[in-house]
Design a protein around this ligand. Sequence first.
Ligand code: NAD
Ligand code: GLY
Length: 379
Amino acid sequence: MLPFARRMRKPVMPNREGAALTCVNVALGTRSYVIEIGTDTLRRGLPAHVTNAASRIVVVTNDVVFPLYGAAVATALEASERPIVSVVLPDGEAHKDWQHLNQIFDALLSNACDRKTLLVALGGGVIGDMVGFAAATYQRGVSFVQIPTTLLSQVDSSVGGKTGINHPLGKNMVGAFYQPKHVLIDTDVLRTLPDREYRAGLAEVIKYGIALDAAFFAWLETNIDALSARDSATLAYAIRRSCEIKAGIVANDEYETRGARALLNFGHTFGHAIETELGYGTWLHGEAVGCGMALATNFSAILGRLPEADRQRVLQLIQRAGLTTAMPAVAVERMLLHMARDKKNESGAIRLILLDGIGQCHVDGTVDRAAIATFLAQQ
Ligand code: NAD
Ligand code: GLY
């Protein structure tokens, strides 16, 4: 197991009304923050130390999440005694673009928001990424908080400060590294998440086990049925462990310059290509990542790096989570075109995350395009 994937200490502390709450720290010096994980945390709201510095609070959400949780969050934020503004964007990956980012700026400017404004991202990864980017750039940077409401955003996108929007030619191609001040995870909100979205979130949970933590992978093999059934104790552990692993990596390699953070992209080179080619929102991000992980696993085995028994275990876990391992009908040259634009690439070489075993992987920029093309043509 890699040093940064080691089990971290798990402080459990009383929350604002005395109930148990798990906290995971993202250790980034003066930009460190806490991920609070618990039940009923939405109603309890944000800690005072986060809201005290704010002149006003702007909650950005979408038209699916707002009717479900907008009122609860607004009520909880009343304790801050700050003016509260809500901005409701249309739902969906297809709207993670300049036009809708600009709607956030329009609302901030028309409400005369100053540099002490606190933005709150209430929603899944689409809202979280867009609000983070708006916070990074509005008046050269204002504070923001993540309140992730999908499984995917609770275990991945709300943590680590990758923010941005899509471009028609590539996924997440415009953005910034910008850390939130706080992450508030309420596991209760997952009860309203549609099954398809929940399974897509499981892809990112499984990713941590496959790529970085063999013990977590084995735990997932044992518990995948309970996790799929949304058993609350199993879910709470899966979210906490995922956040711990991600927090450890981000603390080690915040800007993805030291090799560690790129490993979190396992499955994403193939996955982003599928997502972009099919059109944003056709396959969910997590579905594309699930398939991309299967492709990266098969390719690692073909290159002689991964034992057959490990390949079988990985594919079985992805399938047991209800995710497809079969590539959609996409022309090889289209896949290669998108993969050639991946942000990990250097000097024109496609860089893939390949497995050496369960829980062990590396960034590989040595595989030539012809070998990738031959592999894809066989899928
Ligand atoms: P999403 O934000 O589109 O949310 C999925 C759907 O669930 C949406 O329709 C949303 O409105 C709905 N929803 C959200 N919470 C709900 C709830 N509690 N109950 C019912 N419905 C709810 O998608 P996602 O899977 O959360 O995030 C995917 C995005 O995250 C992609 O754009 C991807 O690029 C990004 N991402 C970013 C990072 C990062 O590090 N920044 C990591 C992984 C993924
Ligand atoms: N989701 C990959 C990362 O945050 O680096």
